[in-house]
Design a protein around this ligand. Structure first.
Ligand SMILES: Nc1nc2c(c(=O)[nH]1)N[C@H]1C(S)=C(S)[C@@H](COP(=O)(O)O)O[C@H]1N2
Ligand SMILES: [Mo]
Length: 323
């Protein structure tokens, strides 16, 4: 029997985008200068940020698959419709509450099976490698998706510097867990801290992004400031936010969602339209921002459209078993 309710908001279409709540939120954001980008600006390829946070420009990435052509989601949507359970389980909670997160000073500890462990101050980590802009699809396991211009550099840049040993088979990411800053920790919806992990070859894949910004600015707190992981071919929950620890380990770690409901959330969690979640299909998705009266759902793509880049990592694996 399940004691906890995983993803309590099972994705009924009406819940995927609670329009009334959402439109109110949007007009509130507009008042703060976080208005949605104009259609013209988007058509011209621009994806402006909110204009309130420090600029963090990145050079256009030259990596294959790093700049999807889909129209970026409006900043106001990407910064107000969030999953960050440390701040509550409603989509609007993180934007309303994450102002209590202190992102300076901030240290990321790199430890475990490596020759060069370290403690990186966030501002040093930011400069460790050149910042790139990458436009990635993000597909939530709940059935919605966004397209976000992230800013960061490949996680492999940091991993290489740590010189993992031969025993390092997996990399584990840990989110901050501070009750004083994160009101959601009072709820037992997950075991805190939020933990995620990757196999070493997944973590070394150049598309795995150590992410410091979005839309040319530093990350808003609700999107995982000051540093998070973004893994475009996996369901959104694999992309841990506001991380404080990166640990190399020999044994496959148990991620928080796996721990909470192993039948529903596997270690791999690669986006896969052919493997339904036990309680709902994963074959289609609703793109946030396309939720008008006549908006059609989009077919979900294998590996979220990144099969050419990452398919090889899973060659020969039974993806129904290793979901
Ligand atoms: N620490 C932490 N990281 C997290 C989550 C969370 O609740 N806590 N939610 C995940 C889920 S379910 C998704 S879909 C993405 C959402 O990222 P976004 O809000 O930047 O779009 O963050 C992921 N990272
Ligand atoms: Mo998600």
């Amino acid at each position: 029997m399940l004691i906890r309710t995983p993803f309590p908001h099972e994705p009924q279409p009406s819940e995927i985008t609670p329009r009334s709540v959402y439109l109110n939120r949007r007009s509130a954001l507009a008042g703060l200068g976080l208005a949605a980008a104009s259609p013209l600006a988007l058509a011209q390829g621009g994806a402006p940020g909110g204009g309130k946070l420090a600029k963090l420009p990145g050079a256009r990435s030259a990596l294959a698959g790093a700049m999807v052509l889909d129209k970026p989601t409006a900043y106001a949507d990407a910064a107000s419709y969030n999953n960050f359970y440390e701040f509550g389980t409603d989509k609007s909670d993180p934007a309303e509450r994450a102002h209590t997160l202190k992102t300076r000073p901030w240290t990321v500890v790199v430890e475990g099976e490596c020759a060069k462990p370290g403690r990186y101050d966030i501002d040093a980590l930011l400069k460790l490698s050149a910042q790139e802009e990458r436009i990635y699809r993000l597909r939530c396991v709940e059935g919605w998706s966004m397209v976000i211009p992230w800013v960061g550099y490949s996680l492999s840049e940091l991993i290489k510097r740590a010189e993992p040993t031969g025993k390092a088979k997996f990399v584990e990411f840990t989110t901050l867990a501070d009750r004083a800053q994160m009101p959601g920790l009072r709820s037992g919806v997950l075991d805190w801290p939020y933990v995620e992990a990757l196999r070493m070859d997944e973590a070394m894949h150049p598309l795995a992004l150590l992410t410091f910004g979005m839309y040319g600015e530093v990350l808003p707190n609700q999107n995982g400031a000051p540093v998070r992981i973004v893994l475009p071919w996996k369901y959104g929950f694999k992309s841990a936010k506001s991380i404080v620890k990166i640990r190399f380990v020999e044994k496959q770690p148990r991620s928080s969602w796996e721990q909470s409901a192993p039948q529903e959330y596997g270690f791999y969690s690669n986006v896969n339209p052919n493997v339904p979640h036990p309680r709902w299909s994963q074959a289609t998705e609703r793109r946030i921002g396309e939720d008008g009266l006549f908006a059609k759902k989009r077919p979900t793509l294998m590996f979220n459209g990144y099969e050419a880049q990452v398919g090889q990592l899973y060659a020969g694996m039974d993806l129904k078993r290793f979901y």
